[in-house]
Ligand binder design. Structure first.
Ligand code: GRF
Length: 205
């Protein structure tokens, strides 16, 4: 599989940093071909540049429709021969043009054990629901918000007295382990999508 990653961000970029660090440490066999933010002020752009990566901003406000924006993303990603797109805190719904250009080739990281608590503020949703366990999910992106096949999940306990912030910090530590692992797994091949599940392919003996 083409191991050139396109990482899409909107903010802090700590998961981007985890991918950069995993590549540098030899735990992830991949190259980051480009980092794209929809926001100029995303701190992750600086992280990318500090690591010597190409980092560009494509502001969504410059486009009339979501599809126009997605088509612009596709152009930039394809121009750099990206094989796998990693959403890393990218705060935009991904639409049909991007999904069709990269079928089962887009990953997202979400701070809950999906299918619990999709959408925004997952850690706050978990606290308000009173769950005792939450965690992180890395999944393939489909048209269903936070609903694609699950690649990696890691659980963390929810402690008495936790706030959304303290839970988010605990989950984030697991995110930084889970994302490089999931990318490595997807790039390794030997899997297929069956219904809503990711399954190991049967290999010939
Ligand atoms: C993470 O919690 C991720 O799970 C969610 O957005 C946050 C991004 O954080 N999708 P960062 O920008 O990677 O630090």
């Amino acid at each position: 599989m083409n191991r050139r990653l396109g990482v899409l961000i909107s903010g802090r970029g700590s998961n981007l940093q985890a991918l950069i660090d995993a590549i540098a440490a030899g735990r992830l066999d991949a190259t980051i071909a480009v980092v794209i933010s929809n926001r100029e002020d995303a701190a992750g752009l600086e992280r990318a540049r500090a690591a010597g990566l190409e980092a560009i901003c494509i502001p969504h406000r410059a486009f009339a429709t979501r599809d126009d924006y997605d088509r612009a993303l596709v152009r930039e990603l394809q121009a750099r021969d990206v094989g796998l797109v990693c959403l890393a805190g990218f705060m935009r719904l991904v639409g049909t043009p991007l999904i069709e250009a990269f079928p089962n080739r887009i990953l997202n990281i979400h701070p809950s054990l999906l299918p619990a608590f999709p959408g925004l503020d997952a850690q706050r949703q978990a606290i308000e629901h009173g769950v005792k366990v939450s965690g992180v999910t890395v999944h393939l992106v489909t048209a269903e918000l936070d609903g694609g096949p699950i690649v990696v999940q890691r659980a963390v306990p929810v402690m008495a007295g936790d706030t959304a912030e303290s839970l988010a910090a605990r989950i984030l530590e697991e995110e930084h382990r889970a994302y490089p692992e999931a990318v490595q797994l997807i790039l390794g091949g030997g899997w297929r999508v069956e219904g809503r599940c990711l399954r190991a392919s049967e290999r010939p003996d």
